[in-house]
Design a protein around this ligand. Structure first.
Ligand code: SF4
Length: 341
């Protein structure tokens, strides 16, 4: 099987070039063809000698893959389904909004974290995505040149696949890669502390932490990771890190009806986040089959938001997008798995 060039960092391309006895500068040329000129075939690398291209074509290919289905919502949101392997699927969302467009990428097939409310978690863990598979979700989208913002909030826990996520960030933000501003990229985690520390040290992109409850016992029921990495320890780690003014930390909070939407939750949330310069994104829950949780009512949500604002916390309510196309992450791929059965 041929190795895929797309998804290689500059130093990995350098290794390939050395291995094939090609001139050193060829690595930089290949990275430009891959990440700036967006080619699909090695034969298009016109400033590389024909002999070198033929040599590369023997063992390598660019390695792009189109989505197997593309579903468009009435609000313009798109969901793409990619087949990674036999019975392994991932999904990617494209969310256009006025003058910006956000892509939400997956980092794993399934997930081992087993959060109560999550459709991906119900699939269990199947595989880590390679760097090629993470970035292919971006590059192979028909609208990829319109994308302004990048979030790692799709299927999987990005910090459980940290090595590949860091490499993908290197390719997205390096001058030799896509040269995107780190300010346009956010990685979301449920709070795996050792990986979060490494991420904070080794990348410049924004961090989002899924919080969902300020109370330990309740959070543990929603997110079993709480048992291993307590939210208090996650927050202590964030407090000890010096964020520069370019870098943002935000907290994601899915508001479940009658569970975590009370004023005392808002008060406790403000208390535990005291001392962190952050914003909270309140998210309406997209119903998942067989999960006894529902999204809170709009008036309760507004009261919750007002209480947080009163405490001085910047709080936004994330607009619900793609409701008509299985918006909850993991639903589309779960359906595909059921069809295959
Ligand atoms: S919410 Fe995220 S971390 Fe939790 S099971 Fe789903 S994909 Fe995994």
């Amino acid at each position: 099987m041929k190795q895929k060039l797309f998804g290689k960092t500059l130093s990995e391309l350098q290794e390939i070039v050395n291995l094939n006895n090609l001139p050193k500068f060829t690595a930089k040329q290949i990275s430009e063809w891959l990440y700036k000129k967006n080619i699909s075939n090695i034969s298009e690398m016109s400033n590389i000698s024909k002999t070198a291209r033929e040599l590369l074509e023997k063992d390598y290919e660019i390695g792009l893959q189109s989505p197997i289905t593309e579903t468009i919502s009435s609000d313009g949101t798109k969901k793409c389904l990619y087949k990674i392997d036999e019975n392994k699927y991932i999904e990617t969302a494209y969310i256009p909004d006025k003058d910006r467009a956000t892509i939400c990428v997956s980092s794993q097939v399934g997930c081992k974290m087993n959060c109560l409310f999550c459709s991906t978690g119900k699939q269990g863990f199947q595989a880590n995505l390679t760097v090629n598979e993470i970035l292919n979700q971006y590059r192979s989208l028909p609208d990829f040149e319109t994308i302004t913002n990048f979030v790692y909030m799709g299927m999987g826990e990005p910090f459980d696949n940290l090595e590949n996520v860091l490499k993908s960030l290197e390719i997205l933000t390096s001058d030799w890669g896509y040269a995107l501003s780190p300010k346009r990229i956010t990685v979301s985690t449920i709070g795996i502390i050792p990986a979060m520390k490494r991420f904070l040290d080794e990348s410049k992109v924004h961090l989002a932490v899924s919080l969902h409850s300020p109370f330990d016992e309740e959070r543990q029921k929603l997110m079993p990771i709480q048992k291993k990495y307590k939210i208090a320890d996650v927050l202590a780690e964030i407090k000890s890190f010096e964020f520069n003014r370019q870098r943002r930390v935000s907290f994601e909070y899915i508001v479940f009806k009658g569970l975590n939407d009370s004023i005392s939750h808002a008060k406790e949330l403000a208390k535990i986040l005291n001392g962190i310069n952050c914003r909270i994104n309140l998210i309406k829950y997209h119903k998942v089959p067989d999960v006894p949780l529902e999204s809170t009512d709009d008036d309760v949500l507004l009261k919750f938001q007002n209480e947080l604002k009163r405490k001085g916390i910047v709080t936004t309510i994330r607009a619900s997008r793609g409701q008509d196309i299985d918006a909850a992450c993991g639903l589309l791929s779960t359906k595909q798995l059921l069809i295959n059965k």
